[in-house]
Design a protein around this ligand. Structure first.
Ligand SMILES: Nc1ncnc2c1ncn2[C@@H]1O[C@H](COP(=O)(O)OP(=O)(O)OP(=O)(O)O)[C@@H](O)[C@H]1O
Length: 303
């Protein structure tokens, strides 16, 4: 195993940031840690990268302890924190040379690994990092994290606040890195990115709710799910559905709302009738397949 975590807990005084977490990451996996703000993703990332101590449990990264073998771990991992952490007043080239130097390597030696990403920022290599666009900064930070050919790459929310096109590009890069024998541990609050990982862990309030292949997680929804729309919009629709006697769960899902009912039988026409009687018009209702987001919201509600 590249990462092995057993019964890990971490508190910040009265805040329990991680509660008895266990999971394993296999070599060459793209492993996604999916959860909302404050779930504990950064805390776990910082423990695994040897930057933060924990209270209880066992943690091994490449078979080593992040406490006693932190030097080994730091030499063999790449870490891209959520916040841009390179030197804004150094140029692109100077930043990369600086990190290459620390690890006793050169940009040339890692060129094969970073070239696809580096070529996109190379035209700006004389520009100060602080003057780069968000997407370019992110690519520079990724090059810096890869400069020493790490065995594991840790990416903490690499696509938060990034525009949809750059997000797609970034995931393409991550998937390409796979071919270089690198294990990737990536955190994200975006459910749609879960499907781009080999395996995922859903995390909420410091607890792991599920670990599995993305396709298995989306299948794990145990209720009939309805996608509903109406002319008056989602706000009114959700309000009315919450007031319905048979209401089980409801949340907005793009243009529609996703709804589950406490009854097991086919009840589309009942729901439609209730909504019409409540004054809503042009109601469209259909059964729909569950996504990871549906499963996550249902698990979060139970948690
Ligand atoms: N240094 C700290 N002192 C006290 N509480 C902290 C500290 N760092 C994090 N926390 C709390 O621990 C919990 C987990 O935070 P963490 O940053 O690990 O979550 P996250 O999933 O990375 O979310 P975000 O995307 O908001 O950073 C949160 O409740 C947070 O407020």
């Amino acid at each position: 195993m590249m990462i092995s975590i057993r019964n890990l807990s971490k508190n910040y005084e009265e805040v329990q940031a991680l509660k008895n977490i266990s999971l394993e990451v296999k070599p060459k996996e793209i492993f996604g840690l999916i959860g909302p703000d404050g779930a504990g993703k950064t805390t776990l990332m910082r423990i695994l990268t040897s930057l933060l101590l924990f209270d209880e449990g066992e943690v091994q990264v490449m078979g080593k302890s992040p406490i006693s073998d932190y030097q080994f771990i730091r030499n063999h991992i790449g870490y891209m924190p959520g916040k841009f952490s390179l030197y804004e007043d150094l140029t692109v080239e100077e930043n990369l040379s600086f990190f290459a130097n620390i690890f006793g390597t050169t940009i040339e030696k890692s060129y094969d690994l970073i070239k696809d990403i580096y070529q996109q920022i190379e035209p700006f290599k004389k520009r100060k990092a602080g003057a780069l666009s968000g997407g370019m900064k992110q690519k520079l930070a990724l090059c810096a994290a890869l400069i020493h050919y790490p065995k594991i790459l840790f990416l903490d929310e690499p696509t938060t606040g990034v525009d949809p096109v750059s997000r797609k590009e970034f995931w393409h890069i991550i998937q390409q890195l796979h071919h270089h024998d690198i294990t990737i541990f990536v955190s994200t609050p975006y459910m749609d990115e879960a499907n781009l990982c080999d395996r995922i862990a859903l995390i909420d309030k410091g607890e792991i709710l599920n670990v599995d292949l993305p396709e298995n997680i989306s299948k794990a929804f145990d209720k009939t799910l309805y996608a509903i729309q109406c002319h008056e919009g989602n706000y009114q629709l959700i309000k009315k559905l919450r007031e319905y006697t048979h209401f089980d769960s409801v949340f907005p899902f793009g243009e529609e709302v996703h709804y589950t009912d406490a009854r097991a039988t086919d009840i589309e026409s009942d729901i439609k009738l209730y909504l019409e009687e409540s004054g809503l018009t042009s109601i469209q209702i259909r059964k729909t397949a569950s996504t990871i987001e549906d499963v996550f919201i249902s698990l979060m509600n139970k948690n």
